[in-house]
Design a protein around this ligand. Structure first.
Ligand code: DGL
Length: 271
């Protein structure tokens, strides 16, 4: 048993789609969420920069006493998780990867769309998974241009966001995809708009949130570090941007205004 928090980090709001899964499934676990905010989006940054940012983020979470770290960002996982595991061998890490395997194994049309950031679509691990499970499947890779910016601006309901989403999703469906993989943790926040674009066409959308939650649980058991049943779970939101951004993180996480009675901590950390 271990009541220390689980840490999660992302370039910004995206990893909150993973945070929500842990919040609902693991009510005894305290969670520390670091949403960079200052250097977002990561999607097209050079790998060396993403690695630097990953190391600083993980340092912060370790200073907070985190017992496990979820790299709640496909882009950072693709670039940095190997180095992080080598540098911090005592911390269990969970990474995010586009759910290519279930998509390729279950498609009926034989065409799968993977929407992710530029960096994630170029990642070695992604390409290896593709060659392993993508045989006989046509995989269409599409960069979700403008998706992260729309989520960071809380603009999911804006008409301009529908235009941005349609521009990316429509050609993937027109090419015959019956399965679309959301390979970036920001994208589940656009699920409503994506569903609207799909309309009544038989297209399945898959993200990695639930699978990651299961992986977290299996590692908590493997290392015997679950929190006690009566643990008073605490929630903290950190950022390299400013305190207002940290507060926005907390509101996005809970899907409502968060006030003093919530006993949630929001802090800006110096990068
Ligand atoms: N949410 C991240 C991901 O899963 C990063 C997106 C970005 O900052 O470009 O890839």
């Amino acid at each position: 048993m271990n009541n220390k928090p689980i840490g999660l980090y992302d370039s910004g709001f995206g990893g909150l789609s993973v945070w929500r899964e842990l919040y609902w499934s693991l009510p005894d676990e305290s969670l520390v969420y670091l949403g960079d905010g200052l250097h977002c989006p990561y999607g097209a940054l050079p790998p060396e920069r993403i690695l630097e940012l990953a190391q600083r983020s993980v340092e912060v979470l370790i200073e907070r006493g985190c017992k496990m770290i979820v790299v709640a960002c496909n882009t950072a996982t693709a670039v940095a998780i190997k180095c992080l595991r080598e540098k911090y061998p005592d911390i269990p890490f969970v990474g995010l990867e586009p759910a290519v395997k279930p998509a390729c194994l279950t498609t009926r049309s034989g065409v799968v769309g993977v929407v992710a950031t530029e960096r994630s679509l170029q990642a070695e691990k992604f390409l290896t998974t593709l060659s392993k499970y993508g045989e006989g499947v046509e995989v269409i890779k599409a960069v979700g241009r403008g998706f992260v910016e729309a989520v960071e601006a809380n603009a999911e309901a804006e008409e301009s966001t529908e235009v941005v989403v349609r521009r990316v999703i429509e050609p993937v469906i027109e090419a015959g995809a019956d399965t679309i993989v959301l390979g970036c943790t920001h994208y589940p926040f656009l699920r409503g708009v994506i569903d609207k674009v799909i309309g009544d066409r038989a297209v399945r959308v898959i993200d990695s949130g639930e699978a990651v939650e299961k992986r977290v649980e299996s590692l908590l058991d493997k290392y015997d570090i679950r929190a006690e049943d009566d643990n008073d779970a605490r929630y903290e939101f950190l950022t390299f941007a400013d305190e207002a951004y940290a507060e926005r993180l907390s509101c996005k996480a809970f899907g409502r205004e968060v006030g003093p009675s919530d006993d949630v901590k929001c802090r800006a950390i110096h990068y």
